[in-house]
Write a protein that binds this ligand. Structure first.
Ligand code: GDP
Length: 425
Protein backbone atom coordinates (compact mmCIF):
# COMPACT_ATOMS: atom_id res chain seq x y z
CA UNK A 1 0.00 0.00 0.00
CA UNK A 2 1.09 3.60 0.11
CA UNK A 3 1.15 6.71 2.20
CA UNK A 4 -1.77 9.09 2.70
CA UNK A 5 -1.18 12.61 3.98
CA UNK A 6 -3.82 14.57 5.85
CA UNK A 7 -2.98 18.22 5.87
CA UNK A 8 -4.62 21.62 6.26
CA UNK A 9 -5.27 23.89 3.29
CA UNK A 10 -5.72 27.09 5.28
CA UNK A 11 -4.59 28.59 8.59
CA UNK A 12 -4.95 25.43 10.71
CA UNK A 13 -7.90 24.20 12.81
CA UNK A 14 -9.63 22.93 9.67
CA UNK A 15 -10.78 19.78 11.46
CA UNK A 16 -7.83 17.56 10.53
CA UNK A 17 -8.10 15.65 13.83
CA UNK A 18 -11.53 14.36 12.97
CA UNK A 19 -10.57 13.39 9.40
CA UNK A 20 -7.36 11.70 10.59
CA UNK A 21 -9.27 9.83 13.26
CA UNK A 22 -11.70 8.66 10.58
CA UNK A 23 -9.10 7.55 8.06
CA UNK A 24 -6.87 6.07 10.79
CA UNK A 25 -9.46 3.32 11.21
CA UNK A 26 -7.73 1.65 8.25
CA UNK A 27 -4.16 2.70 8.96
CA UNK A 28 -1.34 0.60 10.35
CA UNK A 29 0.79 3.65 11.16
CA UNK A 30 -0.12 7.26 12.00
CA UNK A 31 2.80 9.68 11.90
CA UNK A 32 3.26 13.26 13.03
CA UNK A 33 5.98 14.87 10.92
CA UNK A 34 6.35 18.47 12.11
CA UNK A 35 5.45 20.98 14.80
CA UNK A 36 5.04 20.38 18.49
CA UNK A 37 2.42 20.98 21.12
CA UNK A 38 1.58 24.39 19.71
CA UNK A 39 -1.68 23.32 18.10
CA UNK A 40 -4.32 20.79 18.95
CA UNK A 41 -6.37 18.25 17.09
CA UNK A 42 -9.83 17.81 18.53
CA UNK A 43 -11.12 14.27 18.46
CA UNK A 44 -14.47 13.14 19.79
CA UNK A 45 -14.98 9.40 20.13
CA UNK A 46 -16.40 6.80 22.50
CA UNK A 47 -13.88 7.75 25.19
CA UNK A 48 -14.92 11.41 25.18
CA UNK A 49 -13.46 14.60 23.80
CA UNK A 50 -9.69 14.96 23.43
CA UNK A 51 -7.46 17.79 22.32
CA UNK A 52 -4.27 16.05 21.22
CA UNK A 53 -1.35 18.43 21.04
CA UNK A 54 1.54 16.12 20.43
CA UNK A 55 0.29 12.58 20.15
CA UNK A 56 -0.68 11.31 16.69
CA UNK A 57 -4.42 10.90 16.09
CA UNK A 58 -4.13 7.12 15.83
CA UNK A 59 -3.65 6.65 19.58
CA UNK A 60 -7.24 5.54 20.07
CA UNK A 61 -6.85 2.46 17.88
CA UNK A 62 -5.28 -0.72 19.19
CA UNK A 63 -4.12 -1.78 15.72
CA UNK A 64 -2.25 1.44 15.01
CA UNK A 65 1.43 2.18 15.55
CA UNK A 66 1.88 5.87 16.25
CA UNK A 67 5.05 7.70 15.42
CA UNK A 68 6.56 11.09 16.11
CA UNK A 69 9.02 11.58 13.28
CA UNK A 70 12.39 13.39 13.26
CA UNK A 71 10.68 16.63 12.14
CA UNK A 72 8.68 16.97 15.34
CA UNK A 73 9.46 19.33 18.23
CA UNK A 74 9.27 17.14 21.30
CA UNK A 75 8.24 18.52 24.66
CA UNK A 76 9.15 15.61 26.96
CA UNK A 77 6.82 16.64 29.73
CA UNK A 78 3.81 17.21 27.45
CA UNK A 79 4.36 13.89 25.69
CA UNK A 80 4.32 11.96 28.97
CA UNK A 81 1.41 13.96 30.32
CA UNK A 82 -0.72 13.37 27.23
CA UNK A 83 -0.05 9.65 27.44
CA UNK A 84 -0.94 9.67 31.14
CA UNK A 85 -4.12 11.54 30.36
CA UNK A 86 -5.20 8.80 27.94
CA UNK A 87 -4.66 6.22 30.66
CA UNK A 88 -6.67 8.23 33.17
CA UNK A 89 -9.52 8.35 30.69
CA UNK A 90 -9.50 4.59 30.11
CA UNK A 91 -7.96 4.59 26.65
CA UNK A 92 -5.85 1.45 26.18
CA UNK A 93 -2.12 2.25 26.23
CA UNK A 94 -1.24 3.06 22.61
CA UNK A 95 1.77 1.79 20.72
CA UNK A 96 3.89 4.84 20.12
CA UNK A 97 7.48 5.56 19.12
CA UNK A 98 9.54 8.71 18.81
CA UNK A 99 12.38 9.11 16.35
CA UNK A 100 15.82 9.02 17.94
CA UNK A 101 16.59 12.01 15.70
CA UNK A 102 13.68 14.13 16.91
CA UNK A 103 14.88 17.12 18.90
CA UNK A 104 13.71 18.23 22.31
CA UNK A 105 12.13 21.49 23.35
CA UNK A 106 14.10 22.74 26.34
CA UNK A 107 12.88 25.14 29.04
CA UNK A 108 14.85 28.02 27.53
CA UNK A 109 12.99 27.67 24.23
CA UNK A 110 9.76 28.35 26.05
CA UNK A 111 11.32 31.14 28.08
CA UNK A 112 12.67 32.88 24.95
CA UNK A 113 9.31 32.52 23.22
CA UNK A 114 7.59 34.26 26.15
CA UNK A 115 10.21 36.97 26.52
CA UNK A 116 10.25 37.78 22.81
CA UNK A 117 6.46 38.02 22.55
CA UNK A 118 6.52 40.35 25.53
CA UNK A 119 9.31 42.45 24.03
CA UNK A 120 7.48 42.76 20.71
CA UNK A 121 4.28 43.57 22.57
CA UNK A 122 1.65 44.87 20.10
CA UNK A 123 3.70 43.88 17.04
CA UNK A 124 4.11 40.31 18.30
CA UNK A 125 3.36 37.30 16.06
CA UNK A 126 0.70 35.81 18.29
CA UNK A 127 2.93 32.91 19.34
CA UNK A 128 1.40 30.13 21.41
CA UNK A 129 4.51 30.47 23.61
CA UNK A 130 5.33 26.77 23.50
CA UNK A 131 8.91 27.41 22.45
CA UNK A 132 8.41 26.36 18.83
CA UNK A 133 10.11 29.26 17.01
CA UNK A 134 13.19 29.27 19.31
CA UNK A 135 13.30 25.46 19.00
CA UNK A 136 13.39 25.43 15.19
CA UNK A 137 15.78 28.40 15.13
CA UNK A 138 18.20 26.40 17.29
CA UNK A 139 17.74 23.34 15.11
CA UNK A 140 18.91 25.24 12.04
CA UNK A 141 21.62 26.99 14.03
CA UNK A 142 22.78 23.43 14.77
CA UNK A 143 22.55 23.90 18.51
CA UNK A 144 19.46 21.76 19.04
CA UNK A 145 19.57 18.55 21.08
CA UNK A 146 18.50 15.28 19.49
CA UNK A 147 16.72 12.75 21.62
CA UNK A 148 19.54 10.21 21.28
CA UNK A 149 21.94 12.75 22.80
CA UNK A 150 20.10 13.11 26.10
CA UNK A 151 21.54 9.77 27.21
CA UNK A 152 25.14 10.82 26.64
CA UNK A 153 25.87 13.05 29.62
CA UNK A 154 29.31 14.16 28.46
CA UNK A 155 28.16 15.11 24.99
CA UNK A 156 25.09 16.83 26.36
CA UNK A 157 27.17 18.85 28.83
CA UNK A 158 29.51 20.03 26.10
CA UNK A 159 26.84 20.93 23.61
CA UNK A 160 24.68 22.72 26.14
CA UNK A 161 27.60 24.60 27.66
CA UNK A 162 28.30 26.50 24.44
CA UNK A 163 24.65 27.17 23.75
CA UNK A 164 23.96 28.51 27.21
CA UNK A 165 26.75 31.08 26.91
CA UNK A 166 24.96 32.55 23.91
CA UNK A 167 21.53 32.35 25.53
CA UNK A 168 22.74 34.13 28.65
CA UNK A 169 24.02 37.11 26.69
CA UNK A 170 20.54 37.60 25.31
CA UNK A 171 18.84 36.93 28.62
CA UNK A 172 20.97 39.44 30.45
CA UNK A 173 21.36 42.19 27.89
CA UNK A 174 18.25 42.01 25.75
CA UNK A 175 15.61 40.74 28.13
CA UNK A 176 17.00 41.85 31.47
CA UNK A 177 16.31 38.37 32.81
CA UNK A 178 18.14 36.01 35.18
CA UNK A 179 20.77 33.83 33.54
CA UNK A 180 20.33 30.07 33.19
CA UNK A 181 22.75 27.24 33.89
CA UNK A 182 23.68 24.01 32.10
CA UNK A 183 22.96 22.17 35.35
CA UNK A 184 19.34 23.24 35.50
CA UNK A 185 18.76 22.14 31.90
CA UNK A 186 20.36 18.77 32.57
CA UNK A 187 18.26 18.43 35.69
CA UNK A 188 15.15 19.05 33.60
CA UNK A 189 16.19 16.39 31.08
CA UNK A 190 17.10 13.91 33.86
CA UNK A 191 13.60 14.21 35.24
CA UNK A 192 12.10 12.70 32.09
CA UNK A 193 14.76 10.75 30.27
CA UNK A 194 14.16 7.32 31.79
CA UNK A 195 10.43 7.57 31.23
CA UNK A 196 10.92 8.58 27.62
CA UNK A 197 13.52 5.91 26.81
CA UNK A 198 11.17 3.02 25.96
CA UNK A 199 9.54 5.07 23.22
CA UNK A 200 12.71 5.92 21.31
CA UNK A 201 13.36 4.10 18.05
CA UNK A 202 14.86 4.50 14.62
CA UNK A 203 11.42 5.33 13.23
CA UNK A 204 12.77 5.98 9.73
CA UNK A 205 13.92 2.38 9.49
CA UNK A 206 10.62 1.26 10.99
CA UNK A 207 8.54 3.15 8.42
CA UNK A 208 10.63 2.10 5.45
CA UNK A 209 10.34 -1.51 6.55
CA UNK A 210 6.59 -1.02 6.90
CA UNK A 211 6.44 0.28 3.34
CA UNK A 212 8.16 -2.84 2.09
CA UNK A 213 5.56 -4.86 3.96
CA UNK A 214 2.75 -2.98 2.20
CA UNK A 215 1.44 -1.37 5.35
CA UNK A 216 -0.95 1.59 5.32
CA UNK A 217 0.71 4.73 6.57
CA UNK A 218 -1.01 7.99 7.40
CA UNK A 219 1.01 11.13 7.95
CA UNK A 220 -0.77 14.00 9.65
CA UNK A 221 0.16 17.62 9.33
CA UNK A 222 -0.33 20.25 11.95
CA UNK A 223 -1.69 23.74 11.16
CA UNK A 224 -2.25 24.54 7.48
CA UNK A 225 -0.66 25.45 4.15
CA UNK A 226 -0.87 29.21 4.68
CA UNK A 227 1.35 28.82 7.74
CA UNK A 228 4.19 27.36 5.71
CA UNK A 229 7.42 29.35 6.21
CA UNK A 230 8.19 29.40 2.47
CA UNK A 231 4.79 29.53 0.80
CA UNK A 232 2.58 31.00 3.51
CA UNK A 233 1.83 34.39 5.00
CA UNK A 234 5.38 35.22 6.04
CA UNK A 235 6.25 36.63 8.60
CA UNK A 236 3.22 35.00 10.23
CA UNK A 237 3.85 31.34 9.48
CA UNK A 238 4.60 28.55 11.88
CA UNK A 239 8.23 27.51 12.20
CA UNK A 240 8.10 24.16 10.39
CA UNK A 241 6.56 23.24 7.09
CA UNK A 242 2.99 21.89 7.35
CA UNK A 243 3.04 20.82 3.70
CA UNK A 244 2.55 17.23 2.59
CA UNK A 245 5.82 17.54 0.67
CA UNK A 246 7.67 18.08 3.92
CA UNK A 247 5.97 14.96 5.25
CA UNK A 248 8.58 12.97 3.40
CA UNK A 249 11.38 14.78 5.26
CA UNK A 250 9.74 15.09 8.66
CA UNK A 251 8.52 11.49 8.74
CA UNK A 252 11.45 9.91 6.90
CA UNK A 253 9.76 8.27 3.91
CA UNK A 254 10.42 8.50 0.16
CA UNK A 255 8.52 11.41 -1.44
CA UNK A 256 7.13 9.22 -4.22
CA UNK A 257 5.32 7.06 -1.65
CA UNK A 258 2.89 9.86 -0.71
CA UNK A 259 0.19 8.97 -3.20
CA UNK A 260 -2.90 10.46 -1.62
CA UNK A 261 -2.98 13.97 -0.18
CA UNK A 262 -6.22 14.83 1.57
CA UNK A 263 -6.39 18.53 2.32
CA UNK A 264 -8.87 19.54 4.97
CA UNK A 265 -10.75 22.82 4.74
CA UNK A 266 -13.58 24.27 6.75
CA UNK A 267 -16.87 25.42 5.23
CA UNK A 268 -16.01 28.90 6.59
CA UNK A 269 -12.65 30.37 7.55
CA UNK A 270 -10.96 30.53 10.93
CA UNK A 271 -7.52 31.72 11.91
CA UNK A 272 -5.61 31.90 15.16
CA UNK A 273 -2.87 34.43 15.70
CA UNK A 274 -1.72 37.45 13.75
CA UNK A 275 -1.49 38.00 9.98
CA UNK A 276 -3.69 39.05 7.06
CA UNK A 277 -7.09 37.37 6.89
CA UNK A 278 -9.03 38.81 3.96
CA UNK A 279 -12.51 37.44 4.69
CA UNK A 280 -12.47 38.18 8.40
CA UNK A 281 -15.79 39.03 10.02
CA UNK A 282 -16.18 41.34 12.99
CA UNK A 283 -18.84 42.31 15.50
CA UNK A 284 -22.09 40.41 15.89
CA UNK A 285 -21.71 38.40 12.67
CA UNK A 286 -18.30 37.11 13.82
CA UNK A 287 -19.53 36.45 17.32
CA UNK A 288 -22.40 34.28 16.12
CA UNK A 289 -20.24 32.22 13.75
CA UNK A 290 -17.55 31.81 16.42
CA UNK A 291 -20.05 30.59 19.00
CA UNK A 292 -21.67 28.15 16.57
CA UNK A 293 -18.42 26.88 15.01
CA UNK A 294 -16.67 23.58 15.69
CA UNK A 295 -17.99 21.38 18.46
CA UNK A 296 -17.95 24.05 21.16
CA UNK A 297 -17.26 27.37 19.49
CA UNK A 298 -14.14 28.51 17.69
CA UNK A 299 -11.64 28.73 20.52
CA UNK A 300 -8.04 27.52 20.27
CA UNK A 301 -7.55 23.89 21.34
CA UNK A 302 -4.16 24.81 22.85
CA UNK A 303 -4.58 28.38 24.03
CA UNK A 304 -8.35 28.80 24.47
CA UNK A 305 -7.99 32.04 22.49
CA UNK A 306 -11.03 33.06 20.44
CA UNK A 307 -10.32 32.26 16.79
CA UNK A 308 -10.78 34.92 14.14
CA UNK A 309 -13.57 33.78 11.80
CA UNK A 310 -14.72 34.71 8.31
CA UNK A 311 -16.41 33.59 5.10
CA UNK A 312 -14.98 30.76 3.03
CA UNK A 313 -12.06 32.04 0.99
CA UNK A 314 -11.77 30.28 -2.38
CA UNK A 315 -8.64 32.23 -3.36
CA UNK A 316 -6.70 31.27 -0.23
CA UNK A 317 -8.03 27.70 -0.26
CA UNK A 318 -7.21 27.09 -3.92
CA UNK A 319 -3.68 28.33 -3.27
CA UNK A 320 -3.43 26.17 -0.14
CA UNK A 321 -4.55 23.10 -2.09
CA UNK A 322 -2.00 23.85 -4.80
CA UNK A 323 0.95 24.07 -2.44
CA UNK A 324 -0.24 20.98 -0.60
CA UNK A 325 -0.53 19.13 -3.91
CA UNK A 326 -3.93 17.93 -2.72
CA UNK A 327 -5.74 15.34 -4.77
CA UNK A 328 -8.73 15.11 -2.43
CA UNK A 329 -10.51 17.68 -0.29
CA UNK A 330 -12.34 17.15 2.99
CA UNK A 331 -14.83 19.92 3.75
CA UNK A 332 -15.66 20.08 7.44
CA UNK A 333 -18.13 21.98 9.60
CA UNK A 334 -20.74 22.29 6.86
CA UNK A 335 -23.45 21.81 9.52
CA UNK A 336 -22.34 25.02 11.26
CA UNK A 337 -23.65 27.23 8.43
CA UNK A 338 -27.23 25.96 8.74
CA UNK A 339 -28.40 29.08 10.60
CA UNK A 340 -27.65 31.56 7.82
CA UNK A 341 -30.16 33.05 5.33
CA UNK A 342 -27.38 33.99 2.92
CA UNK A 343 -23.82 32.68 2.83
CA UNK A 344 -20.93 34.48 1.18
CA UNK A 345 -17.87 32.94 -0.40
CA UNK A 346 -14.87 34.97 -1.48
CA UNK A 347 -14.17 34.30 -5.17
CA UNK A 348 -11.57 36.97 -5.91
CA UNK A 349 -9.50 39.63 -4.22
CA UNK A 350 -9.45 43.29 -5.17
CA UNK A 351 -6.82 45.98 -4.70
CA UNK A 352 -7.19 49.50 -6.08
CA UNK A 353 -10.00 48.46 -8.43
CA UNK A 354 -8.05 45.52 -9.83
CA UNK A 355 -9.45 42.03 -9.30
CA UNK A 356 -7.43 38.80 -9.22
CA UNK A 357 -7.87 35.22 -8.11
CA UNK A 358 -4.29 34.39 -7.22
CA UNK A 359 -2.96 34.51 -3.68
CA UNK A 360 -0.47 37.37 -3.43
CA UNK A 361 2.57 37.98 -1.22
CA UNK A 362 1.82 39.21 2.29
CA UNK A 363 2.21 42.94 1.72
CA UNK A 364 -0.33 42.81 -1.13
CA UNK A 365 -2.53 40.42 0.79
CA UNK A 366 -2.74 42.99 3.56
CA UNK A 367 -4.26 45.44 1.06
CA UNK A 368 -6.59 42.91 -0.61
CA UNK A 369 -10.34 43.21 -0.18
CA UNK A 370 -12.67 40.25 -0.71
CA UNK A 371 -14.99 40.01 -3.72
CA UNK A 372 -17.95 37.92 -2.62
CA UNK A 373 -20.43 35.69 -4.33
CA UNK A 374 -23.61 35.23 -2.29
CA UNK A 375 -25.42 31.93 -2.00
CA UNK A 376 -28.73 30.99 -0.41
CA UNK A 377 -28.52 29.31 2.99
CA UNK A 378 -30.30 25.97 3.54
CA UNK A 379 -31.63 26.86 7.00
CA UNK A 380 -31.73 23.29 8.18
CA UNK A 381 -29.95 20.98 10.59
CA UNK A 382 -27.87 18.66 8.40
CA UNK A 383 -25.82 17.14 11.20
CA UNK A 384 -27.49 13.73 10.98
CA UNK A 385 -27.30 13.37 7.21
CA UNK A 386 -24.71 10.87 6.03
CA UNK A 387 -25.71 10.53 2.40
CA UNK A 388 -24.93 13.25 -0.09
CA UNK A 389 -28.22 12.78 -1.95
CA UNK A 390 -30.14 13.62 1.25
CA UNK A 391 -28.50 17.02 1.70
CA UNK A 392 -30.73 20.01 0.98
CA UNK A 393 -30.24 21.33 -2.58
CA UNK A 394 -28.85 24.60 -1.31
CA UNK A 395 -26.22 22.82 0.75
CA UNK A 396 -25.28 20.74 -2.31
CA UNK A 397 -25.09 23.94 -4.31
CA UNK A 398 -22.74 25.45 -1.71
CA UNK A 399 -20.44 22.43 -1.91
CA UNK A 400 -20.52 22.24 -5.71
CA UNK A 401 -19.92 25.98 -6.16
CA UNK A 402 -16.86 25.81 -3.93
CA UNK A 403 -15.63 22.67 -5.65
CA UNK A 404 -15.84 24.31 -9.06
CA UNK A 405 -13.90 27.38 -7.97
CA UNK A 406 -11.18 25.59 -6.04
CA UNK A 407 -10.85 23.05 -8.86
CA UNK A 408 -10.32 20.06 -6.58
CA UNK A 409 -12.64 17.16 -5.79
CA UNK A 410 -14.46 17.33 -2.47
CA UNK A 411 -14.54 13.67 -1.39
CA UNK A 412 -15.47 14.07 2.23
CA UNK A 413 -18.08 16.29 3.85
CA UNK A 414 -18.10 16.44 7.61
CA UNK A 415 -21.40 17.47 9.18
CA UNK A 416 -20.52 17.26 12.86
CA UNK A 417 -17.59 16.63 15.20
CA UNK A 418 -18.34 12.93 15.74
CA UNK A 419 -16.77 10.15 13.71
CA UNK A 420 -20.01 9.00 12.15
CA UNK A 421 -21.11 12.48 11.05
CA UNK A 422 -19.49 12.10 7.66
CA UNK A 423 -20.59 12.01 4.04
CA UNK A 424 -18.25 10.25 1.64
CA UNK A 425 -18.57 11.05 -2.03
P1 GDP B 1 -7.45 20.56 13.59
O1 GDP B 1 -6.34 21.23 14.34
O2 GDP B 1 -7.37 20.79 12.12
O3 GDP B 1 -7.59 19.12 13.94
O4 GDP B 1 -8.79 21.29 14.02
P2 GDP B 1 -9.39 21.46 15.47
O5 GDP B 1 -9.68 20.15 16.01
O6 GDP B 1 -8.58 22.37 16.29
O7 GDP B 1 -10.68 22.31 15.13
C1 GDP B 1 -11.75 21.81 14.49
C2 GDP B 1 -12.97 21.95 15.37
O8 GDP B 1 -14.08 21.59 14.63
C3 GDP B 1 -12.99 21.05 16.59
O9 GDP B 1 -13.71 21.68 17.59
C4 GDP B 1 -13.73 19.81 16.07
O10 GDP B 1 -14.36 19.05 17.08
C5 GDP B 1 -14.73 20.44 15.20
N1 GDP B 1 -15.24 19.72 14.07
C6 GDP B 1 -14.55 18.96 13.17
N2 GDP B 1 -15.37 18.63 12.15
C7 GDP B 1 -16.58 19.19 12.42
C8 GDP B 1 -17.81 19.25 11.73
O11 GDP B 1 -17.97 18.74 10.64
N3 GDP B 1 -18.82 19.96 12.34
C9 GDP B 1 -18.69 20.57 13.52
N4 GDP B 1 -19.73 21.23 14.04
N5 GDP B 1 -17.54 20.54 14.20
C10 GDP B 1 -16.50 19.88 13.64
Amino acid sequence: MSVTAIVGSNWGDEGKGKITDYIAQNSDYVVRFQGGNNAGHTIINKYGKFALHLLPSGVFYKHTINILGPGVALNLEVFLRELENLKERNVATPTIYISDRAQVILPYHILFDELEEKRLSDVSFGSTKKGIAPFYSDKYLKIGIQLNEIFNEKRLQERLKNTIVQKNVLLKHLYNHNEITTEEIIKYIDKYKNQIKPYIQDTTLMLNTALKENKNILIEGQLGALRDPDHGIYPFPTSSSPLAGFGSVGAGIPPYEIKKIVAVTKAYSSCVGAGPFVTELFGEEAHELRERGGDAGEYGATTGRPRRVGWFDCVATKYGLTIQGANEVALTNLDVLGYLDKIKICVKYETKGEQYNTFPVTQLLEKSKPVYHELEGWKEDISQIIEYSKLPDRAKNYVKTIEEIIEAPIKWISVGPKRKQMIIL
